[in-house]
Ligand binder design. Structure first.
Ligand SMILES: *Cc1c(COP(=O)(O)O)cnc(C)c1O
Length: 354
């Protein structure tokens, strides 16, 4: 069975990666290619490496295990769970951290496995997801971490525009860089990595602003979709359709736009409302909410409108399309970040990577 499927164009991924690596390198910044949106697929990660990333990074250890044979440093992005400390030191070189108890667990696991684990400490500049919020807490923990064996603090990082929507600026990133300088002086540490965020930091480089002191960005969405994420603008010389969803039509019929009979709840327990647009050409495709969120897919045929659907059915309005679709034909969609994530995660969506 060939449908539904997600098609991934590796040459487009490599091209996007190379464009972004070039932009970052111009400012002395190295790129960590973030692989979580495609569940750490090794073929796609290979295209990142061919495009010039210096690290591979993922939020989940299961994904990093799939990448274990690549000879670049691997970074765990989500703060480790204490319960996974052993796997973290075994399969990753660097992890992002903000909790002393976890770092102690990493130290113990690393010692047992006779390995060294590197740590980037996270500082929250206001977005209110992970990271130390008070500088004194960070300093107190660093003193403790320096006493631990087999773990080494190699950097300071931050994450923005994820929970709170806070946009990276010269002001907030400047604070990170100054904090790093203070740590280097006070604790006679060399912080080799100052990690200045994700795809939302790129707008500064695109505007030609040098981020003095920042030498790493962790990029996912900008590579896979060719857009920066502070304002959602497309990035020049990139593709936005490297990932495409392809589904098969299972029914085409002319039907009214308002259901016939008394209206109760739909399959998800909501009472639906309808606009009367007369008789429309309705196309049903074999994919559903189990695999995709309908607001995360964009038909490549601009004449098609998404009406909705249920767990296993997607209903489209094909009345305005110039194409004379037949049952058994395919329909293509571009995807948002959330759409790629869900489709790559669904075991019902075939992955065609080439
Ligand atoms: C997901 C993630 C990134 C990548 O974010 P994009 O917006 O996809 O570039 C970077 N850092 C952390 C900590 C993440 O969890």
């Amino acid at each position: 069975m060939a449908y539904p499927k997600i098609e991934v164009d590796l040459s487009k991924i490599k091209h996007n990666t190379a464009t972004l690596v070039k932009l970052c390198n111009k400012y002395g910044i190295r790129v960590a290619g973030v692989t979580k949106v495609f569940c750490g697929n090794a073929e796609i990660a290979r295209a990142y490496l061919d495009g010039g990333v210096s690290y591979l990074a993922d939020s989940r250890i299961e994904n990093l295990i799939k990448l274990k044979d690549f000879k670049v440093p691997k970074i765990l992005l989500r703060l480790p769970m204490i319960s996974e400390a052993e796997r973290v030191v075994e399969y990753t070189d660097i992890s992002l951290n903000s909790e002393l108890a976890t770092i102690k667990a990493l130290s113990k696991a690393a010692k047992e496995k006779e390995r060294n684990h590197k740590i980037i400490l996270m500082f929250d500049l206001g977005d209110l997801r992970e990271g130390y919020f008070k500088e004194e807490d960070l300093f107190t923990d660093i003193e403790e971490i320096l006493k631990l064996e087999n773990v080494e603090v190699i950097g300071l990082g931050t994450n923005l525009t994820c929970y709170g929507g806070v946009i990276p600026s010269e002001e907030n990133l400047g604070r990170l860089v100054n904090l790093a300088k203070k740590i280097e002086e006070d604790y006679r540490l060399k912080l080799e990595i100052i990690s200045g965020g994700n795809s939302s930091t790129l707008h500064m480089l695109i505007d030609g602003k040098k981020l003095e002191g920042i030498n790493q960005l962790r990029l996912g969405e900008s590579i896979v979709l060719g857009r920066e994420t502070a304002f959602g603008n497309r990035i020049e010389n990139t593709h936005d359709d490297a990932f495409q969803l392809v589904v098969e039509i299972i029914e085409i019929k002319d039907k009214p736009s308002v259901p016939v009979g008394e209206i109760g709840m739909d399959a998800f327990g909501k009472v639906p409302t309808f606009e009367d647009r007369g008789i429309r050409k309705r196309i049903i495709c074999a994919i559903g909410k189990q695999d995709i969120d309908f607001d995360s897919i964009l038909p490549m045929d601009e004449g098609i409108k998404i009406l909705g659907g249920s767990s296993d059915h997607l209903i489209l309005d094909g009345t305005e399309s110039n194409i004379d679709y037949k049952v058994g034909d395919e329909i293509r969609f571009k995807l948002t970040y959330g759409g790629i994530l869900r489709a790559m995660t669904s075991e019902y969506v075939k992955k065609v990577i080439r």
